[in-house]
Design a protein around this ligand. Sequence first.
Ligand code: CO
Length: 167
Amino acid sequence: MALLEIIKNPAKVLETKASAIVQFDNELAKLLDDMYETMLENDGVGIAAPQVDKSIQAAVVELGEERDLLELINPVIVEVSEDTGVDIEGCLSFPDLYGDVERPLYIKVQAQDRNGELYELEAYDFDARVIQHEVDHLHGILFDKKIIKTYTLKEIEEMYAEEDEEQ
Ligand code: CO
């Protein structure tokens, strides 16, 4: 595996709708492995192919407390709840930006894995948020446009420090 360079905003590839994947080959498998390693190295919970300069519909995310790896190839969100929630998001392509984003609390997504196998998944709360953030990337939609309240890095650090004290 290899670490990939993360493309930082602003960049055209980040604002371009990514192409559908039709070839499920070793090249794709290697890219997914490298994306996963790059995400872990940078303490991310999700990364989309445009963030490593590939304009194709692939993303990897970690889900749940077990931090299970999920590969999203050609994902389509087919259902969202009316209920929404607001929570803080960050993005590997925006190193110093954190902000509140409102999103549906439940989604159903259809996607393929690295072998082209179709699957359907229901996700809630934080998992649903991460998937929506990554699917947005594949449509060239960046989270900065969705932020309703921005936090400084100092405010974020203070928030996490308070959480640690409570535990
Ligand atoms: Co992002």
